[in-house]
Design a protein. Structure first.
Length: 292
């Protein structure tokens, strides 16, 4: 009962506050940053440990500087995600712009389905704007939240711009359905989730550490001979991003085992090394350890 009341209070407050323009909402972000970074802090031990292990060559001063910038970005990300409640199509396209939509349009006209690959880097929630930049039907693979009310809330935010959402357990069914309707589609996968321990089948080196990686992207791409496209999001300034699509593989049948997996892991690694503050360092990415 208390949980339901708390959710509806949050829902009402969010609906009213997010009517404000982002330039005002960023004041709330600045206040939120103080809580994330100083008191009571949010997973600060995890963040610092992840950074130290990923960049052993950096000094403690450099590590703390990256952590400071990360928490700044995390607070902005929180506010920007909630702003989707009232963010119009015009505003979303202005703030999250695809630099080369012609790559996706060529794949569409060539009758190709696409696996879009990205990480928890910069603002992945605003990437639903991609549905406005391509004729491909956008499908996002998501992990349902345990809290059913917040799961419905996030589902509505992510679905409002025409994107189809489907859990990983239903992706094959969704591919078959859309192909049966002769709809060419872009299936968006976030690649840096941590597999459950009993589902780990492949380890690689990522940011100097042994890291388990899901292989679903590779298996689905090969099975249906989909093109694989990497998406890099760059932060232009506060509240504005550009996205660039990069072809990794136009055809995927007959590739060497783990080739696709290693390609997208290396792409994310390159993005993070370039601008480390924009990755989600509070995630317990290395909670599983490889057996010696």
């Amino acid at each position: 009962m208390f949980g339901a009341i708390a959710f509806y209070i949050f829902y009402a407050i969010n609906w009213i506050i997010t009517l404000l323009p982002l330039r005002i909402l960023y004041i709330f972000s600045d206040l939120l940053f103080l809580g994330f970074y100083y008191f009571p802090t949010y997973r600060k031990k995890v963040v610092l440990s992840n950074l130290r292990n990923s960049f052993p060559e950096k000094s403690e001063k450099e590590i703390k500087a990256i952590a400071y910038r990360f928490y700044r970005h995390l607070a902005d990300l929180f506010v920007e995600t909630l702003k989707l409640t009232h963010l119009s199509k015009k505003q979303l396209m202005k703030r999250m712009r695809l630099t080369n939509p012609e790559l996706l349009e060529e794949l569409y006209h060539n009758d190709r389905d696409v696996l879009g690959v990205l990480g928890h880097y910069n603002n992945w929630e605003w990437l639903q704007s991609m549905n406005y930049y391509t004729s491909l039907q956008n499908v996002s693979i998501y992990k349902p939240l345990q809290n059913k009310r917040f799961d419905r809330f996030m589902y509505k935010l992510r679905h409002k711009n025409g994107m189809i959402l489907t859990p990983m357990s239903s992706i094959i069914r969704e591919i078959i359905r859309l192909r049966g309707e002769n709809k060419r589609s872009l299936f968006g996968f976030i690649t840096d989730q941590t597999p459950p321990k009993n589902e780990i089948s492949y380890w690689t080196t990522f940011l100097t550490q042994d890291t388990p990686v899901y292989q679903g992207i590779e298996k689905i791409a090969a099975k249906y001979d989909m093109a694989v496209v990497w998406f890099t999001a760059d932060k232009v300034k506060r509240g504005y991003y550009t996205v660039t699509a990069e072809m990794l593989y136009e055809h995927t049948k007959g590739l060497h085992e783990h080739e696709i997996t290693e390609s997208h892991v290396r792409k994310l690694e390159q993005n993070i090394i370039k601008k480390p503050e924009y990755w989600i360092w509070s995630h317990r990415r290395w909670k599983h350890k490889k057996a010696v």
